[in-house]
Every structure is written in C-alpha cells, then in structure tokens.
Design a protein around this ligand. Structure first.
Ligand code: NAD
Length: 262
C-alpha cells in the first residue's frame, strides 16, 4: 500500500464531520500524523479514537474558526504537540438556511459567511504564514458545487463557497513563490445521510418553482439532474483530496475540482 504522507503532519478542520473525518482517516492510513480541529471535544474524541489503528499521532483541538485568535492558538498547539503542519485540509463549514434572497434571514447570512469564508481565510492565513517560513506545504480548501453554480435558495452558502473558490485562486498565486500549492474540491450531492435529508427537506419547504414540496420527490429531481444519476458517497472524496495534497499533483495549483458525478 502507498504511504505518500509518511512522517508528515496534517491539520484537518471540520474533522468531526463526515468529510473531514473520512479525509483524516485516509491521510492517517497513508502515514500522516493528524490534528483534528472542530467545535466539540466529545465528537473530536470519538473521531480520534476511530483513527487509533493507523499507528500515527492523532491530536484534537477545539477551535471556532470564526475567531482568529483561537485559530492561531490551535495551530500553535498543533505544531508544538505534533509537528510543523505540512498538509492542510481547510474544510469546516455550515450550510445555513434555505430561503430565496428576498426572505433570507439576515443574521444567518452573516453566520454562514463568517464560518465558510472568513473562517476558511483565518485557517489559511494562520497555517500558510508558517508554511511560508518553511517554504513548503500543500493546502486543499473545501468549496462546493454551490460555489461554481449558484443554487436557488442558498444565498449565503452559494456566495461563501464562490468566495472560497476565489480565495483558492488568489492564495495559489500569493503562495506559489513560497513553494506552497493551494487547491480546492467542489463536492455536489453526497449521501445518503443527514446533510442530504436536511438539504432536500429544506429545499422542499421553500415552496419555490425549482423543487417539489415533497422531500422524497426533491431527492428524485436532484438526482435526475446528475449525469451519473446517483449521489456521491463520502468515500469518493478522500482519494481526490489526498491526490491534491500529495506530490502526485505537484504541478497543479489554484484549481477547484468538482466531485459531482458530471
Ligand atoms: P458536517 O456537518 O458533517 O461537517 C462539518 C464540520 O464543521 C462539523 O463537524 C462542524 O462542527 C464543523 N464546524 C462548523 N462550524 C465550525 C466552526 N465555526 N469552527 C470549527 N468547526 C466548525 O458536514 P460535511 O458534509 O462533512 O461538510 C464538510 C465540508 O464540505 C463543509 O465545508 C461543507 O460545506 C462541504 N460540502 C459538503 C457537501 C455535502 O453534501 N456533504 C457538499 C458540498 C460541500
């Protein structure tokens, strides 16, 4: 089995969540020490326990990515207890409300931007400034297909994820002179699971022309729009992230790769 990340250290944000944990597992399997960052210590402990079998160092750190001081402290802790961060999976996120723009809740818009865009910038800034000093590093940001095509009723999420795609392009240019690559992934419809159920229920509840008002019908409508005619499995994400973090993609920077079934 390939161990592309032997001896490296990875920071994963949103690591107690579905995609974060699946990617952390893949990185650990390929030899990387991992630092898991998320909001909740209990969920982080469960996640860390599930990685114990891989024989790498696994540390957890509670941090709210919307608070820059807390991000700096978390990264200091990660580097002191595990090692210099070589790999960053910048992935914490929140989907927000579903409502057309003229009814979108104002406070939720701010919250989504603070987590998905400003939070991603905070982590990117704090990690990359340490990578710049070492002239080495590889970064993957989690955007979304909602950041490449504006979906209806997702004003805050869609704009934030467009922002993440932009941040990835800008950062790839700013950091290229320092030997650091920055790429992104744009997952689309993943499931089954909580996110898929939440998304289809809330889209149905918007009662707009784009979707049926019945969540089960919304599921069928959404899948019918996917050329491969199925949802993506969470396990179809880690391989792409590992590729973008690894030297296998050594001449790729600034791209956001759709993981979308076409
Ligand atoms: P998830 O809800 O399982 O995981 C997200 C994690 O981020 C959670 O554990 C949550 O606690 C953490 N988080 C939220 N706010 C935070 C904050 N302020 N500070 C630190 N951590 C915070 O969802 P997921 O599907 O694993 O999502 C991971 C990423 O993938 C997100 O950026 C999401 O927008 C994106 N995404 C998901 C899908 C999908 O269908 N699942 C599709 C496209 C993009």
């Amino acid at each position: 089995e390939k161990k592309r990340f032997a001896g490296k250290t990875a920071l994963v944000t949103g690591a107690a969540g579905n995609i974060g944990l699946a990617v952390a597992r893949r990185l650990a399997k390929e030899g990387s020490h991992v630092v898991l960052l998320d909001l909740d210590q209990g969920k982080l402990d469960t996640a860390a326990t599930s990685l114990a079998e891989h024989g790498v160092k696994v540390k957890t750190v509670v941090c709210d990515v919307t608070n820059y001081t807390s991000v700096e402290e978390a990264i200091d802790y990660a580097e002191k207890t595990v090692g210099p961060i070589d790999l960053l999976f910048n992935n914490a996120g929140y989907q927000g409300a579903f409502a057309p723009i003229h009814e979108y809740p104002v406070e939720d818009f701010q919250r989504v931007v603070d987590i998905d865009l400003v939070g991603a910038f905070h982590v990117l800034r704090a990690v990359s400034r340490r990578m710049v000093a070492r002239r080495s590093g590889s970064i993957v940001n989690t955007a979304s297909m909602a950041g490449l095509q504006g979906p209806p009723n997702m004003g805050a999420y869609g704009s934030s994820k467009f922002g993440v795609v932009g941040l990835t392009q800008v950062a790839s240019k700013d950091l290229a002179p320092h030997n650091i690559r920055v790429n992104g992934i744009a997952p689309a419809l993943m499931g089954p699971g909580f996110m898929w159920d939440r998304q289809t229920e809330l889209q149905a509840a918007t009662n707009t022309q784009y979707f049926s008002t019945d969540p089960e019908t919304v599921k069928k409508e959404m899948v019918a729009g996917v050329p491969m005619r199925r949802l993506g499995d969470i396990e179809e994400i880690p391989g792409t992230v590992a590729f973008l973090l690894s030297e296998d993609s050594s001449y790729i920077t600034g791209v956001t790769l759709p993981i979308s079934g076409g």
